[in-house]
Design a binder for this molecule. Structure first.
Ligand code: NAP
Length: 275
């Protein structure tokens, strides 16, 4: 119980904040009255209080003063004003955990005056506890605080710790933006099913389970994707015909280039911040 007798405070009570709260409570990692969320929207607060029994405030300072773990779950555009508003009010010994895309550790630590910072990159499946979050910590983050970070981020699904902030740009391109690539492939396959004559509903069902089953099979078998692909590709068969066209359309190069472009964009946005 790493969060026993600790208070987890959230600044920005939007989609990701609620996903973390839901996961924390579902996994019984914390009592509801040990959670405090701050957000400008009173109605949003009332809804969260009713659903989860947590505490709510419209005052960020109130949350900052109480949080042993202070989660910054606001959009990157408002980060500067949030940080300057809580400067000098972060609880002594607190861990500040930011999930804001592209906001560097240095800016967070300096902005809120707290050296113990974790920066994390979650992804949208975290909203149902099926995400994967990459995270990095400053040297000041203690072993105990790392356990707090793992518990809070674990509420969104799997976690992967990295020892250098440079991996955050790569994570942004791979797991952060990753779901958008999968959804595009999913959409294209569903449309192809409809093109052939399946109803949209049936095509969707076939594609969803094909994707889910393929991923589970890959994980459980532990086999290399090429080996799994060869298993279903008989000489002169239907899979071979389809794969020929995917390769001819340079699918590997397109995917590789696309992910590299996302990486380059993330690095570029980070440079803007350094200026
Ligand atoms: N969604 C994802 O899957 C995902 C994945 C990776 C990273 N992230 C990161 O997670 C962060 C949160 O994303 P989200 O999807 O949860 O955003 P969201 O739903 O928009 O939640 C942010 C909340 O913060 C509120 N807010 C705005 N200004 C504030 C202030 N000064 N003080 C306190 N609260 C304030 C917003 O109110 P308003 O609506 O009035 O602005 C909103 O309720 C972002 O930085 C994003 O980059 C999200």
């Amino acid at each position: 119980m790493p969060l026993m007798n600790k208070t987890v405070a959230f600044i920005g009570a939007g989609v990701m904040c609620e996903a973390m709260i839901r996961g924390l409570l579902k996994n019984r990692l914390i009592e509801p009255d040990r959670i405090i969320a701050a957000d400008p929207h009173e109605q949003r607060g009332a809804d969260l209080v009713e659903r989860y029994g947590l505490r709510f405030t419209t005052n960020n300072v109130e949350a900052a003063e109480q949080g042993d773990v202070l989660v910054l779950s606001v959009k990157p555009q408002v980060m500067n004003s949030v940080l300057s508003g809580i400067l000098g009010h972060v609880k002594h010994g607190a861990l500040v955990l930011s999930i804001a895309a592209g906001v560097k550790i240095k800016r967070i630590a300096k902005g809120c005056g707290n050296p113990s910072v974790v920066r994390a990159m979650p992804n949208t499946p975290g909203q149902i506890g099926e995400g994967i979050t990459v995270w990095v910590a400053t040297p000041e983050v203690s072993a105990e605080q790392r356990h707090w970070a793992e518990a809070v981020l674990g509420a969104l699904g799997e976690t992967l710790y990295v020892d250098d902030e440079k991996f955050m740009d790569m994570a942004t391109a791979l797991n952060g933006s990753g779901p958008s690539y999968v959804f595009l492939l999913m959409e294209a396959m569903i449309d192809a099913g409809v093109h052939m004559g399946f109803s949209r509903q049936d095509s969707q069902k076939l594609v969803h389970q094909t994707m889910l089953g393929s991923v589970r099979y890959a994980i459980e078998s532990g086999m290399h994707p090429a080996e799994l692909r060869n298993q279903v590709t008989s000489p002169g068969g239907t899979s071979a015909a389809a794969l020929y066209h995917l390769e001819k359309g340079r699918i590997r190069t397109v995917i590789s280039r696309a992910i590299w472009a996302a990486y380059e964009r993330s690095v570029e946005l980070g440079k803007d911040e350094d200026d």
